[in-house]
Ligand binder design. Sequence first.
Ligand SMILES: Nc1ncnc2c1ncn2[C@@H]1O[C@H](COP(=O)(O)OP(=O)(O)OP(=O)(O)O)[C@@H](O)[C@H]1O
Length: 269
Amino acid sequence: MTSTARSIASQGAGCVLSMQGLSKSFGGVRAVSDVTFEVHAGKITALIGPNGAGKTTVFNLISNIFSYEGEVYFEGHSIKGRSPIQIAQMGLIRTFQSARVFPGMTVLENVLAGRHRLLTGSPLSQFFWGPSSRRQEADLRHRAEGLLDLVGLLNEKDTHAIDLPMGAQKLLEVVRALMSQPRLLCLDEPAAGLNDRETEDLAVLLRAVCESGIPILLVEHNMGLVMSVADHVVVLDAGAIIGSGPPSEIQRNEKVIQAYLGRENHAPA
Ligand SMILES: Nc1ncnc2c1ncn2[C@@H]1O[C@H](COP(=O)(O)OP(=O)(O)OP(=O)(O)O)[C@@H](O)[C@H]1O
């Protein structure tokens, strides 16, 4: 059996991302400890936990920003040792906790900057801007405007991205990630800084994205959002998984309630 066949055989059906025994220490701090779980096609999987539980570190390991112990398989292929850029080119796209918009660009230009994974044709043909490249650009622009419309930002398309309120910048980052047609979208606290209306828009967007065939791995502190959109919830505490299951089960899980109450923040409700 080849290593790819072995990795596929070791994962469940419909598995898009599989983490097996993921561990990472920073000096004496065990940030992630023997974490094993899967993200499945057609599902929104939420990764939750109190502050410092290791959620962002899991994202940083998946995207290979840090080396780690354990294995990560994306669509059946080991991605351990691949560069963050190679991983993004495979279609595993992530966002960051603090919005990272390109400050010198307009809102629309920011969204279009997410399109590079999709552009076909040699750099030379793009340089000479042949008819097929022009058509492709027009299609991408149309798509970008459609996505901006979905999150209520189309009227702001010519605004400098940096002039948007923080909540809108976070939505813009999600839209830019979508522009690359990810095969898996990993979102790190997309609702941070969003008001109630923007959070509702985000919930609608996430469900629509998932229904369009793009699975989501969601790190989020807003429990209302998690409980309303997630199909499956994985809970981390002090680097280790303390519970996993559907939202209704997680809300009743004693270990999870204690982990949150112990830190007096964001108890799932
Ligand atoms: N680059 C780093 N260097 C040293 N320690 C780190 C580093 N990144 C994370 N840590 C530590 O690892 C632990 C997990 O941090 P992480 O940011 O992954 O938690 P988190 O669950 O995302 O927290 P939050 O919800 O507050 O964002 C923390 O103790 C943190 O201080």
